[in-house]
Write a protein that binds this ligand. Structure first.
Ligand SMILES: Cc1cc2nc3c(=O)[nH]c(=O)nc-3n(C[C@H](O)[C@H](O)[C@H](O)COP(=O)(O)OP(=O)(O)OC[C@H]3O[C@@H](n4cnc5c(N)ncnc54)[C@H](O)[C@@H]3O)c2cc1C
Length: 325
């Protein structure tokens, strides 16, 4: 999904869009993630109605897991839903949800009580028009055009058929985890696009800016920064497209995706920081794009699993020993 089901093509578009407008890429990525979930788990009538509208951008979607007390560990969710006749009643709040404020559809992960003693984690597809919820923006350092929001569900009634729980225990969490791999890759691609833009700006500036009667690009210490930037961008691109290709082939690739996400997002922080350094004081001014690249890249090491969590996934794969219970 994403115009095409060829993830390599989607990845190329995602990187290129991020080079110029990463917040728009973030908005699209989150909305398409929601559409993908509805496609896999929603009732037919909802699929027919929601998916074309989400793909065309006429409607916006989001996926809500994070809560005020729940971040890296989604098994500790506090938001709850209870089955009441032909509806689930949802209570709780979510935070840092991409597209939350502007969303028409929210896929919400929560704790479920079935009334017959069964329970677990469920994903509810909440249609805002039919099952209203409150949302407000939570401002952040960068990627300001990609809104992140608090969502509040107060006795929100959701039709029973919009819940995946009936397909067996663990189905919701499994589907969420599966879809995470694509979004992690897209964050790696977003980081690549931003780093590439910062690199190009730094190279142009190093050629033009003159000090001591010469372009600063002639100084070896500036060339050292440029060489590191070029090398790290290439390394991140190779790691990321390897993961994209494996996902495209539907090969199990948790380790490769975690390497791509952690390396590429941390690389973008280093590269954009060097781009600021090469610009001197002008790099700190909002009148120069590198200032925004630096703020935007700093955001990316946190969503869809922080760098530390990605490293725990890599460590588990290498050692066969898990940090998670
Ligand atoms: C731009 C953006 C978009 C987002 N979009 C969404 C969205 O659409 N939907 C959604 O549900 N959420 C979203 N989030 C929230 C994001 O998923 C969480 O911020 C992320 O999972 C981390 O949770 P936390 O911020 O609560 O940090 P915490 O989990 O509290 O972590 C704090 C620190 O502790 C470290 N840490 C935690 N556990 C361990 C461990 N076991 N070992 C080592 N270190 C550890 C972390 O790495 C981090 O450095 C978004 C966040 C951002 C910034």
């Amino acid at each position: 999904m994403g115009g095409t089901d060829d993830f390599v093509t989607t990845a190329l578009l995602s990187e290129e869009l991020s080079r110029v407008f990463p917040s728009l890429e973030g908005t699209m990525m989150s909305s398409l993630g929601c559409a993908r979930y509805i496609e896999q788990a929603g009732p037919q009538e909802l699929r027919d109605r929601a998916i074309p509208a989400l793909l065309s951008g006429e409607r916006i979607g989001c996926a809500a897991v994070t809560e005020p007390n729940v971040g890296s560990d989604p098994t500790a969710l506090e938001a709850r839903t209870v089955l009441n006749g032909d509806h689930y009643v949802l209570n709780g709040s979510k935070c840092w949800i991409s597209n939350g404020e502007i969303s028409d559809y929210a896929v919400v992960l929560c704790r479920v009580e079935m009334g017959d003693g069964r329970g677990g984690i469920a994903a509810l597809i909440v249609e805002r028009e039919r099952s209203p919820y409150e949302a407000r923006d939570l401002p952040k350092l960068g990627l300001k055009g990609w809104c992140t929001s608090e969502l509040v569900f107060d006795d929100c009634r959701v039709p029973r058929e919009n819940c995946l729980t009936d397909r067996g225990p663990g189905a919701s969490l499994q589907l969420f985890t599966k879809n995470l791999q694509r979004s992690r890759c897209r964050l790696a691609l977003m980081a690549l696009g931003i780093a590439q833009a910062a690199f190009e700006a730094a190279v142009d500036y190093a050629r033009q800016r003159r000090q001591f009667g010469r372009p600063i690009g002639e100084f070896q210490l500036v060339q050292d920064m440029v060489a590191d930037m070029a090398t790290e961008i290439d390394a991140a691109r190779l790691l990321t497209y390897r993961a994209v290709k494996l996902l495209n082939q539907q090969t199990l690739c948790d380790r490769e995706v975690a390497m791509a996400k952690s390396y590429s997002t941390e690389m973008a922080v280093r590269v954009t920081s060097r781009a600021v350094q090469i610009h001197g004081a002008y790099g700190l001014s909002p009148e120069f794009l590198v200032e925004r690249y630096f703020r935007d890249s700093r955001v990316l090491t946190i969503p869809e699993g922080t760098t530390e969590l990605q490293k725990l996934i890599i460590g588990r794969s290498v050692l066969g020993l898990s940090a998670f219970a």
